[in-house]
Write a protein that binds this ligand. Structure first.
Ligand SMILES: [Zn+2]
Length: 175
């Protein structure tokens, strides 16, 4: 929460350090831990305010490939405008309307969303940094799966051959 009532016209900076406890307020948060530095800039003008957020951080996350925990570096930024109106409407992403009773800018939810959005859909270690033991086991598994598939196709071939033989037998009998 940033109080803006006392702010003079001009640019103001607010720094936040976000830790694990931040995410306890968000029940379905995919991110539950990490260290994030957030810089919020509020530019107060006579007719409106502009809010910018810069976020960088590190969060522990499970690698999709090897299952090990990895430290994922993330960053993101957000920007929106607050204008004055009859009553508060902060549903819109780009523009918030603040009624006369507002005294604070609630940046918490925006920061939360920014962090969620910064997590990529595919999370894997950089090339060569996966847990080599796990990767070796995975490779072994996929090799034996290949062997199984080959065996099955060989069995199918034998069956086909048998059918051919049976057909041959039939034709022999007919002659
Ligand atoms: Zn990995």
């Amino acid at each position: 929460m940033i109080p803006f009532i006392g702010l003079k016209l001009g640019v103001h900076h607010f720094d936040f350090q976000i830790e694990d406890t931040f995410f306890q307020d968000f029940e379905f948060s995919e991110v539950t831990a990490g260290d994030f530095q957030v810089q919020v800039q509020v530019e107060k003008k006579s007719t409106m305010m502009e809010v910018s957020i810069q976020m960088t951080g590190v969060t522990p996350i499970i690698c999709d490939k090897c299952g090990d925990e990895m430290k994922l570096e993330v960053e993101g930024n957000d920007h929106w405008v607050i204008k004055w109106g009859e009553q508060t409407e902060d549903e819109e992403d780009e523009v918030w309307i603040f009624g006369p009773k507002e005294h604070f800018i609630d940046v918490k939810h925006r920061i939360y969303e920014l962090i969620q959005l910064s997590i990529p859909a595919k999370r894997v270690h950089d090339e060569g940094e996966c847990n080599q033991e796990v990767i070796a086991k995975l490779n072994q598994l996929s090799t034996s799966e290949d062997a199984d598939t080959q065996w099955i196709s060989l069995k199918n071939m034998e069956l086909e051959n048998n059918t051919d033989l049976l057909l041959d037998d039939d034709s022999d009998e007919e002659e």
